[in-house]
Design a binder for this molecule. Structure first.
Ligand SMILES: [Zn+2]
Length: 465
């Protein structure tokens, strides 16, 4: 009887996946949710069908990119694996991923399971599926976390792994992860960066990890790689970076990434220090999984930036770059990246305050927006859009950016049209979560409709596309 319910749950799930695809939806959560209603132990049972290892990837920023890089390594290696899609990283979405790839009896086995999940979901997930290892990218305060939820989450993860033989792969440069090594009996690995030419020595960005997790005193940094990740030391209790097992050195960004991880030369078309961390984390996990170095090297070299995270369009002959920003650290990184681009640019920022974006938008005051006023950034105009375009415009104004060059257009379509049609060499489109997909559709449509450059006689300052 149990078996029949299980098969029914899998069949129903598979059917819903097909139907929602036909309806044009990704349908990633609903099939799993229904299947778990029909047969609650489904995830627990399917989760045992991993022949080698199950890996969980979590952290505030970079987990989707890191997970996709690891998936690429496994694919290059010819391994079979389960992998849940970004945006479906709670239990129902993970269940859907298993249903999709298993057979009707639910007995098909795979080499690996690669499960991306939110930090807060880790205890729930490991209650269902016991992983070999949990990889943590970083702990940054997200836009929703203004009242210490992050500390609670970290504590819950620690409690969940306590007394198990789960391995941890941790970021040695993140001061919020240092005390995992003090948990009894846990097996842990650390990855971290050597000194690089891109480090900074002052802390202007938002830095959540400023205080020592062991004694609460302020940490001293000899260098920052980015945000609170860097070389730190507590004068009060001597807490400092753990010695990494995997060390990235010789970082060069031209702007694509070149680095060495324990003598292994890695090259990637990705850009930015935060992606260098994602690469380091993915390579470290690949090595722990026993994948050959040349396979890892090839996988990372061939792995291209994925849609939505940073996507290029060509509209009216102009390069348009779409970037997702979720929190102050993500915004800082995007602004730092575009400030390094020497082209003259228009900057479009869309800010919504739906539940998925975070209702509280005061995080924009934590971001280091001031970099846009730097002459070298060559920002011509800033177009503020979305439901909270006015709030964003106020924030931009207080950065010291010329008020005459700030434009408020709540409509995404109009705002994007202005960002592209007004004179510049490139346009950056920065979007919070619920503005991303609409903006992406607008850009895809414009790219199809207006591939050729705008003629000089057509160019009017506010010509809408
Ligand atoms: Zn201390």
């Amino acid at each position: 009887m149990q078996n029949i319910r299980k098969i029914m749950a899998i069949l129903a799930g598979k059917l819903l996946i097909v139907l929602s695809r036909m309806a044009g939806n990704q349908g990633t959560n609903f099939p799993g949710r229904l299947a778990l209603k029909i047969y609650p132990p489904l995830l627990k049972e399917l989760g045992k069908n991993t022949y080698k290892d199950t890996f969980i990837i979590t952290g505030t920023n970079g987990k989707t990119t890191t997970t996709n890089m690891i998936a690429r390594i496994f694919r290059e290696n010819g391994s079979s694996f389960i992998h849940n899609q970004a945006g479906a990283n709670m239990l129902p979405g993970i269940t859907t991923a298993f249903i999709q790839q298993t057979d009707f009896t639910g007995r098909k086995t795979f080499d690996y399971a690669l499960l991306e999940t939110d930090e807060a979901n880790v205890p729930l997930l490991i209650a269902q599926i016991k992983p070999r290892l949990i990889l943590i990218t970083n702990f940054f305060r997200d836009q929703l976390d203004r009242y210490g939820e992050l500390d609670t989450t970290i504590k819950l993860i620690k409690e969940a792994v306590q007394g198990t033989d789960i391995e941890l792969l941790l970021n040695a440069d993140d001061p919020l992860q240092v005390d995992f090594q003090n948990q009894k009996g846990l097996k842990y690995w650390y990855y971290g960066f050597d000194a690089s030419n891109y480090d900074s020595f002052t802390g202007a960005e938002s830095r959540e990890g400023r205080y020592c997790v062991l004694c609460g005193h302020e940490l001293e940094y000899t260098r920052y790689h980015y945000a609170q990740l860097g070389k730190y030391h507590c004068r009060h209790c001597n807490n400092q970076n753990p010695q990494p097992n995997f060390i990235a050195a010789e970082l060069l960004m031209d702007p694509s990434i070149h680095l060495q991880i324990d003598k292994l030369l890695i090259e990637s078309p990705y850009q930015g220090f935060y992606n260098a961390y994602n690469i380091l984390a993915a390579v470290s996990l690949g090595k722990l999984a026993g994948i050959q170095e040349k396979v890892i090297q090839k996988a990372i070299a061939n792995f291209q930036p994925s849609a939505g995270r940073m996507e290029n369009f060509l509209i009216r002959g102009k390069k348009v770059i779409l970037v997702l920003v979720k929190n102050p650290t993500g915004l800082n990184q995007s602004l730092a990246m575009l400030a390094q681009d020497s082209a003259a640019k228009n900057l479009f920022i869309a800010l919504n305050d739906n539940a998925a974006d975070g209702r509280d938008i005061s995080w924009i005051w934590d971001a280091d927006i001031e970099v846009i006023t730097d002459d070298k950034a060559r920002i011509r105009r800033v177009i503020c859009s979305g439901q909270r375009s006015g709030d964003m415009a106020v924030r931009i104004k207080y950065s010291g950016f010329g008020i005459e060059n700030i434009i408020i257009k709540p409509s995404l379509e109009e705002g994007i049209g202005i960002a592209i049609s007004m004179e510049s060499e490139v346009s950056y489109i920065l979007c919070t979560y619920t503005t991303l997909f609409a903006s992406r559709n607008i850009l895809a449509r414009m790219q199809k409709k207006y591939p050729a450059p705008l003629q000089e006689k057509e160019r009017t300052p506010e010509k809408a596309l």
